[in-house]
Design a protein around this ligand. Sequence first.
Ligand SMILES: Cc1cc2nc3c(=O)[nH]c(=O)nc-3n(C[C@H](O)[C@H](O)[C@H](O)COP(=O)(O)OP(=O)(O)OC[C@H]3O[C@@H](n4cnc5c(N)ncnc54)[C@H](O)[C@@H]3O)c2cc1C
Length: 415
Amino acid sequence: MSRNVPPRSAPAIAVVGAGVVGAAIALTLCRRGAHVTLIDRAEPGRGCSYGNAGALSPGSVAPLALPGLLKSLPRLLLDPEGPVYLPPAHLPRALPWLARFLAASAPERVEAIAQRLAALNADAVEHHVDLAREIGAADLIRRTGHLHVYPDAAALAKDAYAWTLRARHGVHFERLDRAGIEALEPGIAPRYTAAVWLPDQAIVLNPFRYVQQIVRAFVVRGGRLVRDSVRTIEPDLPRGWTVVTGEGRQNVDHVVVAAGAHSGTLLEPLGIRLPLESQRGYHVTFRGVAAPVSRGVVLADRNVFVTPMEHGFRIAGTVEFGGLNRPANPRRSALLARFAREAFPGVAAAEESHWMGHRPCTPESLALIGPVASRQGLWVATGHGHLGLTQSVNTARLLADAILEGAPVLTPAIA
Ligand SMILES: Cc1cc2nc3c(=O)[nH]c(=O)nc-3n(C[C@H](O)[C@H](O)[C@H](O)COP(=O)(O)OP(=O)(O)OC[C@H]3O[C@@H](n4cnc5c(N)ncnc54)[C@H](O)[C@@H]3O)c2cc1C
């Protein structure tokens, strides 16, 4: 028997969604002997995974909803130039999610969530390095740490809660002054005078190429890639599932829904409601220009991430509520371009591309990974929010352990 052909008794598994999460899951299941079909209606990696900041941030154990949120949220949401924006017309739809988001900011909830985030992030950089080597993409990962820069020590002190939380979870970091910033990143504007350096974090220099290479490795290992839209997922009694696409119907033992922010739409007809809201994020990529930084840099006062890329550099971030169907708001990405020019005054004029993607976000900042209660063979892997790239490889391991070996999973219950 060829090395790439799994034995007949191996389970047949369909993975819906070839973003970084679905791609990592498909490759892991395939490597462990399952018959896997990976289905995406678009080119693999063209969803949210296309344009993220490329940060591998296992140190991100602080959820988005932190104590004190209630006081700051109304002002935050209604400022169109602020880091978080909610168009007033979307408020009624977002309200139930926002109510859970606020509830998640209670100190004891935050502690419990941070613990789970730390578990899901554990050794993420090492696991990505292993994966990148396996798929011939080792050149894409740079382990030069992340630098969070602040205008001054007072601005840094406002984030004290999150830094203390990180310290409690063993995240290694150092405080730096202006001289320390200049020693690491001399291109950063003088208005940043305080910083925190996290040496153990990493970046991916081209998140889109990374997904494409994962998918290529999956196909080389004998996985089947289907470019089609999944219309419905139907129970195939007495056991198994039928995945209905434009190409036809496929019967499988297991289905993994890893369709990012669109996962809820696929599961709703089965009566399953995921607590997902799209946090629309933007990037501007400057091409054909030398990157002004050599590692991932967070402009903490702007809530944005700046990353050197294979061909230039990228500034990414901001949160905009507004659902899956509204067009992108060019003012949000124009704002990012302005922040980049302010922070890196020496950067030459460059070709810019602007992009928006849908982060699949749960109110608790915890991904939904695991079985759907009382639906044997139906699995979910979504809701990774701001950390989908970082958590993709660990998600794939957990889910493969659960599907193939019956191991328990970390996820909140999915009903
Ligand atoms: C601006 C920005 C910056 C970010 N920065 C970082 C970062 O630095 N580090 C980090 O860890 N994370 C970051 N993230 C988050 C990260 O990008 C996401 O969490 C991650 O990409 C989600 O991956 P996914 O595979 O779940 O979803 P996606 O990449 O969206 O993939 C889902 C796939 O499902 C497919 N699909 C949907 N419906 C169907 C259907 N019916 N039939 C077939 N296919 C379907 C889509 O075509 C898509 O390809 C960032 C996000 C944004 C927006």
